[in-house]
Design a protein around this ligand. Structure first.
Ligand code: G3H
Ligand code: 13P
Ligand code: NA
Ligand code: ZN
Length: 324
């Protein structure tokens, strides 16, 4: 069945675990996420980013992310995941990742998303509160859960780049929960989006503990979300590079660091980069295995992809080379 995020968040706090949330850019990837969760007899969160919706809306230049494309893409993935979830014995959530504005959130909900993130983190605190509160009102009235964000992760977040992190202020986070009524909140506490997170990253656990303790003290329900949490398995990076890739300085969050924050208050852990890396490794292996012998006879489309990969060895976003 397809469910909102809220009951799953409550379960994470009751039983002290965290739920992985996995980004997809296509129906087949959503299917894979659901199948793997069925294997583990776990509930599952399928995430589509704002630009993933634009991509699934069917445009090569998805980075422009027009609202019409997002609407169409949200409907496509929404209808597909609804059907997949109906056929599945496990509870599935379809969650919008990094919703950019109110319109994008509405597009996701209209398409069938059961949970949305509104990322007002680039805004000043009061404006972030105001926007998020409006989204909560709109979403909750439709049985849809809401994630907000407070603080800045270093690196690329959506199309906003920042060199340094601004860690989340725990007291502000509690105030944010109180004023907006969000079900969960993304915080900045040492993680980072993308494949280059630095070596031996240590997470600022005291931020998680401070928010959770203060929430408990005030009698407010709220779960914290860990973005930028890919572990970046070194063997996958090495295999990509052996297959002609050029990915350097790729390091993720150590698994033990992530494990250590779950009991303290992190109930949702976002993963996108690890999936991009795995897909890239497999596609490179496929082409490496098939290129030398079949190179002359493969379809035009395939050689275009292969040439593109040779010209962009640092590329590991499947959307780039699947577009042609
Ligand atoms: O957290 C950000 C997402 O991983 C970005 O995904 O490039 O599909 O918007 P996107
Ligand atoms: P990674 O880049 O570490 O996979 O983080 C993904 C994420 O936070 C999606 O919102
Ligand atoms: Na942010
Ligand atoms: Zn994120």
């Amino acid at each position: 069945p397809l469910i909102p995020l809220r009951p799953l968040l409550e379960a994470t706090r009751k039983h002290g675990f965290a739920q992985g949330a996995f980004n997809v850019n296509s129906v087949v990837q959503a299917q894979a996420v659901i199948e793997v969760h069925e294997m583990f007899r776990s509930a599952g969160i399928v995430q589509g980013a704002d630009l993933a919706n634009a991509f699934m809306g069917g445009r090569a230049d998805f980075m422009k992310g027009t609202i019409e494309d997002k609407r169409r893409g949200a409907r496509r993935i929404g209808e597909a995941v609804k059907k997949l979830a109906q056929d599945s014995p496990i509870p599935i959530v379809l969650h919008l990742d990094h919703g950019k504005d109110f319109e994008s959130v509405k597009a996701a909900i209209a398409g069938g998303y059961t949970s949305v993130m509104i990322d007002g983190s680039p805004l000043p605190f009061d404006e972030n509160v105001e926007l998020t509160r409006e989204v909560v009102k709109y979403a909750h009235a439709r049985g849809v859960s809401v994630e907000g964000e407070l603080g800045v992760l270093s690196g690329m977040e959506d199309d906003v780049f920042s060199e340094h992190s601004t860690y989340t202020n725990p007291l502000k986070a509690v105030e944010f929960f109180k004023k907006t009524g969000v079900d969960c909140l993304a915080i900045s506490y040492g993680t980072k989006h993308g494949a280059v997170k630095g070596e031996n990253v240590r997470l600022r656990k005291e931020i998680v503990i401070a928010v959770a303790e203060n929430l408990k003290h005030e009698g407010i329900f709220g779960v914290l979300v860990s973005h930028g949490s890919s572990v970046v398995p070194q063997y996958i990076v090495e295999e990509i590079n052996q297959l002609g890739g050029k990915i350097s300085q790729a390091h993720g969050i150590p698994l033990d660091e992530l494990k250590s924050v779950i009991k303290s208050g992190i109930g949702k852990i976002n993963v996108d980069t690890d999936i991009r890396l795995a897909v890239t490794r497999n596609i490179r292996e496929y082409f490496a295995r098939n290129s030398s012998k079949k190179r002359n006879s493969v379809a035009e489309a395939v050689s275009t992809i292969w040439e593109l990969m040779e010209r962009n060895p640092e590329q590991f976003d499947p959307r780039e080379y699947l577009t042609p």
